[in-house]
Design a protein around this ligand. Structure first.
Ligand code: ADP
Ligand code: MG
Ligand code: MG
Length: 214
């Protein structure tokens, strides 16, 4: 039911918080090579705020949609940075594909994830090859879309895991290119040889999501 979905969203955010806390130093180092070194910190601040807001909404009896929309607003407000604004918008966009009074369906989940990625593409304006999280998001979205409608949430998890492998490969591939956008622009050439931190964090987050759902 809708309460069950809301509780599950909070659990998934709590798991992601734990993982991002673990990855924080590594993501920070990756960002320090050609950026300002705060990507790990921004992601941790964002996910902590999102989890707390989602938990509060769920405790108050909110359904899946409200829980994620509130989580997304908190992420943008607390994380700071480019990735914070984009991740907040992504969560809010994913939430708006869900309902408050019924359990999350696999169709809603897949449509919501596709919509969330499209929101990042639209808001950030990055294209594949600009060395941003979009480089990992686009192959992920394409793999997920080509898998068709999953029969249940576990099957959605399997499709997400498969798509996450494409995202991880694409994130690794960003090592070979120079950054064009954001703060990394100034030191773009320095980034060659290091993957884009936002692409790496995205690919790890979706891999974890796939595992959690399967
Ligand atoms: P900031 O760059 O403000 O310090 P972060 O370090 O948290 O923020 O995030 C940096 C990441 O944000 C980059 O690695 C990249 O993946 C992503 N990013 C930067 N600009 C854009 C953009 N225009 N569209 C999509 N992603 C972007
Ligand atoms: Mg940064
Ligand atoms: Mg910054």
């Amino acid at each position: 039911d809708s309460r069950g979905s809301a509780a599950r969203i909070v659990e998934i955010l709590a798991d992601l918080q734990e993982k991002l806390e673990e990855w924080e130093p590594e993501l920070g180092k990756m960002d320090a090579v050609a950026g300002d070194g705060d990507h790990g910190q921004g992601m941790v601040l964002g996910v902590r705020a999102a989890r707390a807001a989602a938990e509060k909404a769920a405790d108050g009896g909110a359904g899946a949609r409200t829980v994620l929309v509130q989580g997304g607003s908190a992420w943008s407000a607390e994380a700071g940075g480019t990735s914070g604004a984009l991740w907040g918008a992504a969560l809010t966009s994913l939430g708006s594909a869900l309902a408050d009074d019924t359990a999350v369906t696999p169709e809603q989940l897949v449509a919501g994830i596709v919509q969330a990625i499209e929101a990042v593409e639209r808001l950030g304006g990055a294209k594949v090859g600009d060395k941003t999280m979009v480089d990992a998001m686009v192959p992920f979205r394409e793999s997920l879309e080509s898998a068709g409608t999953p029969s249940d949430l576990a099957a959605a998890g399997t499709a997400i895991s498969t798509a996450a492998e494409a995202a991880a490969e694409a994130a690794e591939g960003t090592s070979d290119i120079a950054a064009h956008l954001g703060r990394a622009r100034v030191l773009g050439d320095k980034s060659v040889g290091t993957p884009d931190p936002g692409a790496v964090s995205f690919s790890r987050i979706v891999a974890r999501l796939g595992e959690q759902l399967a």
